[in-house]
Design a binder for this molecule. Structure first.
Ligand code: HEC
Length: 170
């Protein structure tokens, strides 16, 4: 027992409490003055849940190295389109993407006035320049017109290849 100390039963107790206090102070100083280095805690990508979330600022650039599902999801396509094989893609604002069947139908439509000569070109045109042809029953100016800025050539190719494999009702 330490006789000269009224508050603590022993010097060991005093030592332990002082140590804890010091650690708390050091930790607080460290938190307050920690440099806010970017990349230390990576920001989560913004959630793309509704059509209004699909803005140039929210959509990252797809390099084409990402898995196909990630390219569709991060680009916001699932918000508006049902895409067979992409679990979260249940959107209804645009047509169900079954280009393996529908690209041919669009090109054969007498109302088609776009520049595509092949099914591949049709899908590419639909993504880069959606106003070139409006699928019957849908509105123009709903699908964004800036996807050319957000999809590398490799990402676009990967999407087109995927979409052309999806067959619907012939
Ligand atoms: C905000 C809603 C919206 C988003 C986001 C969107 N689309 Fe669309 N898309 C539409 C609408 C509406 C149409 C039908 C009107 C038209 O033809 O432009 C359409 C048409 C299409 C077509 C033509 C389909 C057909 O059957 O001929 C393709 C292909 C397509 N979109 C692909 C995509 C891809 C790939 C993405 C993501 C990179 C995407 N869309 C993102 C709304 C959207």
């Amino acid at each position: 027992m330490a006789r000269d100390n009224k508050f603590f039963r022993s010097n060991t107790e005093l030592f332990v409490i002082l140590t804890i206090l010091c650690l708390v102070v050091l930790w607080t100083i460290n938190r307050v003055f920690a440099p806010d280095t970017p990349g230390e805690e990576p920001r989560d990508p913004p959630e793309i849940e509704t059509a209004s979330d699909v803005t140039v600022a929210n959509i990252p650039l797809a390099t084409g190295k990402e898995p196909i599902e990630k390219i569709f999801v991060q680009s916001g396509c699932p918000v508006c389109h049902t895409i067979p094989g992409i679990r979260v893609a249940k959107g209804q604002e645009g047509p169900k993407l079954e280009l393996g069947t529908n690209a041919r139908k669009r090109l054969a439509d007498p109302a088609y006035q776009g520049n595509a000569g092949t099914e591949w070109e049709y899908v590419q045109e639909s993504i880069l320049n959606p106003g070139a042809y409006i699928v019957a029953g849908y509105r123009d100016h709903v699908m964004p017109r800036w996807y050319g800025q957000k999809l590398s050539a490799a990402a676009l190719d990967k999407m087109i290849r995927y979409l052309l494999r999806i067959e619907g009702v012939p």
